[in-house]
Design a protein around this ligand. Sequence first.
Ligand SMILES: [Zn+2]
Length: 357
Amino acid sequence: MEEKRCLLCNRPYNYKYEMFGRGCLDNLYELLGFAKSPRIIWNKELYLCTRIAWKNHKFFLSKKKKYVLAQKYIALTYLNMMNYEALNDVKEKVSNDIKNIKTFSKNIVETISVSLNEIYKLFNYTQKFNELLKEAKKTNWEEVDKDVAENFIKSMSFIFDLTKKNSPIAYTVFYAMQYTFWQVVVVGGLLANMKLSAKLLSHSLSLFGKQPQDLLINDKEVIEDILESEEFDNKIKELIKKYCSEKDKFKDNSENNEDCIIEFNNKDLLFAIHGSPTSIEIEKNLDNTWKVNMVIEDTYDFTDFKDLKEYVTSNKSLLISIFSSILNNFGVVSSKYGVIKSYKVTIKVQKNNFVIK
Ligand SMILES: [Zn+2]
């Protein structure tokens, strides 16, 4: 006899049923909210399929149609439990296919083919992910031990699986999990106290099938952080000293002139704009103060974080260590999935009367 495999869990079984092993069949009764079949029923599997047909207001279906309907209906139940907006399109197609199973139609028309086992596996991935997510929300990232944090983040690596990109439904589910990971664990967790970094990453996370627009940062707080930083102050002084002893003007950018590279110590600025091309314009005012215009222009690319270690002499920081290793690798995968997209970011900073003290 040919070996039968359960359509849901794919384990072999040798009971009389055509689609499911006995354990899975019992679970399906519960999942679908059906009371147990009466004792008198000999084929519980066929009975389940009949119940599903009735629930969908379909009567007198052939056995074959009943079985196809049951598979689609169970698939839809699991899809609904995954509760991801990105799956709406898939759900709609499955619903339509269910609608189109009719008593008197000749063929079964399918707009989407679903493997129950694939959907079951995806559902289990999302369950595991949701458990980890709950824990992540409880974590205080400012205080957590470095190794514990790293291991915890690593335990989520299963959602960054490039092989899942090949199946459309798996792609959608993995896209949704990754999107949630970046939004909740990173933007709302690890980066919660780093406004600019969180904003830039959040902006690069694209809703399914959408492209982020370029971004001009004009948050007062961010601009003040830059203007009030020691690094800004020192940099401008240095440039005036070096280039403005005979002229009253200076204008250049970091791509032509290394002197225009500015490295911030502020954790948030360091993360957000490390290594960004910067152009600086300085002009002397009549009252001997200086007018400074600085434009930081960059292509936001999350996977640049691997360079962070070069910028930071102390690698003891939890964030630096996680971002430059594990999260950078996750970022590479999410970029390939299209979850993280790159875009142009510009920050304009102006000081009208810079004073050399
Ligand atoms: Zn099974």
